[in-house]
Design a binder for this molecule. Structure first.
Ligand SMILES: [Zn+2]
Ligand SMILES: [Zn+2]
Ligand SMILES: [Zn+2]
Length: 305
């Protein structure tokens, strides 16, 4: 079982999940636990000879019932694929899976915030290469979404709507738009190539999106991650964070958006959160968001062309 302790100096929870030290770490190609189970082969986490998208409880959970949830979402049974390499209709199906998990986990008494995310690449500590994401059901509202809700209070309205309007008016950092979503490098991005992909209309969560919006979200996400892979001509490592309404407390707060934080500042140099970032909480970036946006726009256009 994991244990929560409250860090008084920071005003935030820390989760201790010591059993996770023993989790599967970069297994060789023939022992991937996220592959389909081959007939006659060893049983993997997915006891089927083939599958499209699979969801199951994390075997090494940071949170588990009755104090939250931790699930694994496997995007495909193709070990060597990636989110951007999948056909659009598969990514669209993934949006419906996300929506379903958000609804089901969010309905639980012990889940206050459903957090969908993906860690990609050894640079961000991935332990399994097979294309997959995760979902945590936190038994509390974590600090980052809480800060966004505090921004809504401070601004007297939706902070994401206001950021999106500002970015669209200025234009220099916009990357793509398709009616359902728009993507941009935020004016005050913390990571060199950070991008936010927001619902164009105010939608608190996946549950508020219609089928066309989910398709648009999938399409925007696909173009974006493909552009990322084209930027430096290598699979881009990143953390992808889906922010939406908390599932406890006052309903309907928040604005569904996806944030992507790649740790690279050049093709082969990492941005390390170090003294200023860790000890003072202030990011120092080597890349101007306008320049990052121009380079990313080119990469996205190259992929489309
Ligand atoms: Zn695999
Ligand atoms: Zn909004
Ligand atoms: Zn956010």
């Amino acid at each position: 079982m994991s244990e929560l302790r409250f860090n008084e100096l920071r005003g935030e929870q820390v989760a201790y999940a010591i059993h996770r030290q023993d989790r599967t770490f970069l297994p060789d190609r023939d022992h991937c636990p996220l592959d389909a189970t081959r007939p006659g082969g060893p049983e993997t986490e997915i006891p089927l000879p083939a599958f499209e998208i699979a969801v199951f409880d994390n075997r090494f959970p940071a949170f588990e019932s009755p104090h939250g949830a931790a699930e694994v979402v496997v995007y495909t049974d193709d070990h060597d694929s990636s989110l951007g390499a999948l056909p659009l209709r598969r990514i669209e199906a993934l949006m419906w899976v996300w929506r379903h998990r958000y609804e089901e986990l969010g309905a639980r008494e012990d889940v206050e915030y459903v957090y969908i995310f993906e860690n990609r690449g050894v640079e961000v500590g991935v332990t399994l290469h097979h294309p997959h994401g995760q979902i945590y059901g936190y038994p509390f509202l974590p600090p980052v979404p809480a800060l966004e809700l505090a921004a809504d209070e401070r601004l007297g309205g939706c902070a994401v709507c206001s950021q999106l309007q500002g970015e669209q008016a200025e234009g220099a950092r916009m990357l793509l738009g398709n009616g359902a979503v728009a993507a941009y490098v935020p004016r005050a991005a913390r990571w060199p190539y950070e991008v936010h992909l927001a619902m164009a209309s105010h939608r608190a969560s996946l549950l508020d999106c219609d089928a066309a919006e989910l398709r648009g979200l999938a399409e925007g996400l696909r173009r974006l991650v493909r552009g990322y892979d084209g930027l430096f001509g290598r699979p881009m490592p990143y953390v992808m964070a889906v922010h939406q309404a908390p599932t406890a407390g006052e309903p309907g707060r928040g604005h569904l958006h996806v944030e992507i934080y790649p740790p690279l500042r050049t093709a082969d140099k990492l941005k390390y959160p170090a003294g200023s970032e860790q000890g003072a909480g202030t990011f120092i970036s080597d890349v101007l968001p306008e320049d990052a946006a121009a380079a990313l726009r080119q990469a996205i256009d190259r992929d489309a062309g």
